[in-house]
Design a protein around this ligand. Sequence first.
Ligand code: NAP
Length: 278
Amino acid sequence: MSAVLVIGAGGMLGRAWMQLLAARGLEARAADLPTLDLADDASVAAHVVPGLRAVINCAAYTDVDGAEADEATATAINGDAVARLVARCDAVGAPLVHYSTDYVFDGHASAPYATDRPCDPLNAYGRSKRVGEVALLASSGPHLLIRTSWLYAPWGKNFVVTIAQLARSRPELKVVDDQRGRPTSAEHLAWLSLELLERGQRGTFHGTDGGECTWFDFASAIAAAVAPECVVKPCSSAEFPRPAARPAYSVLDLSRTEAVLGPMPDWRDNLAAVLERL
Ligand SMILES: NC(=O)c1ccc[n+]([C@@H]2O[C@H](COP(=O)([O-])OP(=O)(O)OC[C@H]3O[C@@H](n4cnc5c(N)ncnc54)[C@H](OP(=O)(O)O)[C@@H]3O)[C@@H](O)[C@H]2O)c1
């Protein structure tokens, strides 16, 4: 059986993919910096070779605030390099699974963003990811473009790990309550991606946990589980100014994904499963 190539295998989502492929008994090849640099066509060509079962691109420039000061680098990795990766996958006939973000939308909606809703990124990272999306959408090769949001795992740098650590060490936390979205377990995202891929689905999908919440709701659930004595208080985004603008509303509509895979588990259930292993 041919191998699945996971690019960015050491990142948060990449690790979830590697574990999933091992659990399914599927042959996996891990690729990451420095041996595979998306910006280096020769290293991409050395890894993206004929005969692969699929290429999973979990690699990205993911520093949302850093992108404001260095949009050129973010676009080079998330946009231009992705365009060349798409072309290489097309050339070798490998289906490509690629990830994008809720930040490609404007953040002003009041109902979940459908997969075909027009994009209008509100920050540099979102613009860079949109350049990558456009490259996939222009490609005639088989691909899955999966937008996700608020990713977390028992490993890596993420909101759940950070809040759990802070709640255990501080009596009180303030967390913004004016940004609404959908948390996503990286393991759940890898699972739903593989299911879509193996069931022959192609095109644009949204992949998140079910339900929705604010960061304050999310932090409250984490603290209640790991350090109930910590008091979590709501605050506004204005109290925590950051270089990159954040969406007030970025709930991704899951109907296309749920039509294939059934209802997505509620974020509280996926969170509980991850917290047990922290
Ligand atoms: N995290 C979120 O909340 C979130 C939300 C929406 C969408 N997404 C998308 O989901 C995907 C996975 O995100 P993640 O949080 O798992 O990312 P992550 O943990 O930051 O991992 C990214 C991986 O990409 C690698 N990488 C960076 N630049 C590279 C390059 N030039 N060539 C090859 N590899 C490179 C990194 O290596 P180093 O560690 O060595 O730099 C790392 O292994 C990304 O497409 C991201 O845009 C994430």
